[in-house]
Write a protein that binds this ligand. Structure first.
Ligand code: URA
Length: 186
């Protein structure tokens, strides 16, 4: 049976793509291993690479604010990325890098078995929900795929660039929080 320890060990030793050569740290994922809510971002940025923890930079701080605003503690969710290593200059992950890395995420999802998976941004939604995902049109829509409830929201970095998207993000996050409370004891 798969264990967290062996999965994390394999991921930290991974050399399946060239990003392993430039990483400071493998950013495996963080949070509750029994989380009902799992966020999946794109790839680590500079701060994440330095610290080995996802979403600790400016975008992560904004994500924390939304979590707080809708009454979800960061410790009760799990946060991971499609790629575990930082692409140079934060460029978009290449398809071959995603292909090399996605199995680690799949195994994390299977170990956690969350009630909902929330893609943070377009790249994650295109990989996990469907290749032609249109984040501007489809954010906040709940879908079922492979037995999992999934949705996508704007990437927090996109909200920093375009504050006009913040209201939609708040609406989507409130819907996610309400979904988590459904059928859950207080
Ligand atoms: N952006 C992401 O997609 N993931 C991180 O971990 C940080 C920034």
């Amino acid at each position: 049976m798969e264990t967290w320890e062996s999965l994390e060990e394999q991921c930290r030793a991974c050399t399946k793509c060239s990003l392993s050569q430039s990483r400071t740290n493998c950013v495996f994922g963080t949070g509750s291993k029994t989380a009902k809510l799992m966020f999946v971002g794109e790839a680590p940025g500079q701060k994440e690479d330095e610290q080995g923890i996802p979403f600790v930079g400016a975008a992560g701080k904004l994500l924390d604010k939304y979590l707080e605003a809708v009454g979800i503690a960061r410790e009760e969710v799990y946060i991971a990325n499609i790629l575990k290593c930082r692409p140079p200059e934060n460029r978009d992950p290449l398809p071959e890098e995603q292909d090399a890395c996605i199995d680690y995420l799949r195994r994390q999802v299977r170990l956690i078995s969350p009630k909902i998976i929330v893609c943070l941004g377009r790249i994650s939604a295109m990989r996990l929900i469907k290749p032609d995902y249109k984040i501007t049109k489809e954010h906040g829509v709940f879908v079922t795929k492979n037995g999992f409830t999934m949705t996508a929201v704007f990437h927090p970095a996109a909200l920093l660039r375009d504050p006009g998207k913040k209201e939609a993000m708040y609406t989507d996050m409130k819907a996610i929080a309400a979904f988590l409370r459904e059928d859950s004891p207080e």
